[in-house]
Design a protein around this ligand. Structure first.
Ligand SMILES: NC(=O)c1ccc[n+]([C@@H]2O[C@H](COP(=O)([O-])OP(=O)(O)OC[C@H]3O[C@@H](n4cnc5c(N)ncnc54)[C@H](O)[C@@H]3O)[C@@H](O)[C@H]2O)c1
Length: 374
């Protein structure tokens, strides 16, 4: 059962918004805020539970960062609607008592951190993660370190938008080694923060990215797409600029995303993308969950699945490692820590018959240990 569930209705648009705090650790929880038309309380509840596991999986008794509890926010509204920023601001205003005390949030599906920061400033809060400040030894120094990290860019993309996908790529590369796939190919569904960075770091590590999907459709090329050009010309919501495609690149309708043949499939867009209805169309040998809950429990797959809580936790942990001082405000420090942690965890879960069950067990053990210590 969740610790707290809040439902909000926007007086102006009648959009619904939800906040679920699954659990508090040392009085604080962590979890992103998403905006998508059709978002439900049940979805947010599942995501909040996942955040508790994601936090706990990163438990390292020797580290300065102690995992927080899990939470999640969701707004049922189209992020492309011109009123989206106002809806976001009004939602955060309504949730401000929780943001002040219990809930630290960052960007998730449909929202950029800059949009959240703008809304937070407008309603007069200090930061979207201010609830954690009382846990810091030296708040000033910690906040400076995090602000410095947010200024870092790597080849034209902000570090904050790369760390998550960098972690997914590390999980995928570990899976590729585990299965012994040679000359691997990949398809990435979603080309925003997670999908974009995943595609970049797969391509940079010798994986041929043969297809990408965004909300508008699929682009594909069996010889590989020019990921870097497409990455640097995306719109702010992760929309692909089709004018940047090359002559032999194909454009397909969105519902053909499972028809592009690839060894590795990375769902990095919406929840429930692979389900009982379409699971039979998945031909990949490895599925790496960059999105949260992209594969439903009832989807029967022949592929090895690296679960979301293992593959996609790097954005969340990067914030805390940086803030608490476990890493420096540089890309080198961030990437090194993410690679070590994600690869170790991925190898651990792949060693068992069900990686998802293994992740659940490890998270439950860590949650118990954290509860005992704090
Ligand atoms: N951003 C993070 O730090 C983070 C961390 C962990 C997990 N996640 C999860 O990863 C997923 C993506 O998050 P993001 O932050 O990259 O989002 P984003 O808004 O930056 O990008 C979403 C991408 O998915 C595409 N998309 C949306 N609906 C689609 C559909 N029906 N079919 C195909 N493509 C579609 C969009 O066009 C865009 O390219 C979400 O499930 C989110 O919960 C995000």
């Amino acid at each position: 059962m969740s610790y707290l569930e809040v439902t909000w209705t926007d007086p102006a648009t009648h959009a619904k918004g939800y906040l679920v705090i699954d659990r508090l650790v040392r009085g604080v929880s962590s979890g992103g805020l998403r905006m998508r038309a059709g978002c439900t309380l049940d979805e947010v509840r599942g995501l909040a539970r996942g955040m508790t596991a994601k936090e706990a999986l990163n438990y390292d008794p020797g580290a300065r960062y102690v995992p927080l509890g899990g939470a999640k926010g969701g707004i049922d509204f189209d992020p492309y609607d011109p009123r989206a920023q106002d809806v976001l601001t009004d939602y955060l205003h309504a949730m401000s008592p929780y943001v002040e005390r219990f809930w630290t949030l960052g960007e998730d599906l449909g929202l950029r951190q800059s949009a959240i920061d703008e809304a937070i400033a407008k309603i007069g809060l200090r930061s979207s993660i201010q609830a954690v400040y009382p846990l810091l030894d030296d708040e000033h120094e910690a906040r400076r370190r995090l602000a410095d990290a947010f200024q870092v860019t790597v080849d034209g993309v902000g570090l904050d938008e790369l760390v998550g996908g960098y972690g997914v790529a590390q999980a995928a590369l570990t899976g590729i080694e585990h299965l012994g796939l040679s000359n691997p190919t990949a398809f990435v569904q979603g080309f925003g923060s997670m999908g974009g960075a995943t595609a970049r770091y797969l391509a940079r590590n010798g994986v041929r990215v043969v297809g990408l999907a965004d909300v508008h459709g699929v682009v594909a090329n069996p010889d590989g797409l020019d990921v870097e050009t497409l990455l640097l010309s995306r719109d702010p919501h992760g929309g692909i600029d089709r004018t940047k495609l090359r002559d032999h690149d194909l454009q397909l309708p969105g519902d053909q995303w499972l028809d592009v043949e690839a060894d590795v499939l990375v769902p990095a867009a919406t929840s429930y993308a692979i389900n009982a209805d379409n699971a039979h169309r998945v031909r990949a040998k490895l599925v790496v969950e960059a999105a949260n809950m992209p594969v439903t429990e009832d989807a029967r797959l022949d592929a090895v699945v690296i679960p979301d809580v293992v593959a996609n936790s790097a954005t969340n942990s990067w914030w805390w490692w940086t803030l608490f001082g476990d890493i420096e405000a540089t890309a080198e420090s961030a990437f090194a820590k993410i690679a070590t942690t994600t690869r170790r965890l991925t190898r651990l879960v792949l060693a068992e018959p069900s990686p998802r069950a293994a992740a659940r067990r490890i998270a439950a053990e860590a949650t118990e240990e954290i509860a005992r210590r704090f």
